[in-house]
Ligand binder design. Structure first.
Ligand code: C2G
Length: 137
């Protein structure tokens, strides 16, 4: 069984996430998603709308996802690849080159991002987060 591993926050799920998960799963037979915890998101300077448990439930409902594990730090990837017996590590190409250190353990694949969509764009287009600024005025 060829096992695939990817990482992310997957907040406000959109077609870019689905395209990534579908293509990642198609590279093997089993897809593990390491989902950023709320605490790790703070380290990434990301504030997810949905808390970890909600994001986990949503991911587990996706046909391409076989298992969701927590991502709590930058340093866990080497251990995750080993402990989950991973054959292919996959990320969107905005991360191109950042995880090449895993190449001595598994195949590393960077997939083209889906253009025109992002969680940040969704928040901006919905005018989310500006209320805080407005309150300060
Ligand atoms: N993605 C994509 N196309 C988009 C948006 C996102 O292909 N339009 C991909 C990203 O490249 C990433 C995955 O979807 O591979 C998840 O995106 P995020 O939730 O933004 O993940 P990120 O914050 O980049 O977390 O240790 C790695 C980090 O946890 C990655």
């Amino acid at each position: 069984m060829k096992k695939v591993l990817t990482y992310g926050t997957f907040d406000l799920l959109h077609v870019g996430h689905i395209n990534l998960l579908r293509r990642a799963r198609a590279l093997g037979d089993y897809l593990v998603v390491a989902l950023s915890t709320d605490e790790f998101n703070a380290i990434k300077h990301k504030q997810a709308y949905h808390p970890y448990e909600a994001r986990k439930t949503i991911l587990e409902a996706i046909r391409y996802v076989d298992e969701v594990i927590p991502e709590t730090c930058w340093e866990q990837k080497t251990t995750d690849v080993k402990e989950h017996d991973i054959d292919i590590f996959v990320m969107g190409d905005d991360w191109k080159g950042q995880f090449d250190f895993l190449k001595d353990q598994c195949e590393v694949v960077y997939l083209p991002r889906t253009e025109g969509i992002s969680t940040t764009k969704i928040k901006h287009d919905l005018g989310v987060g500006h209320e805080e600024e407005a309150k300060k005025d």
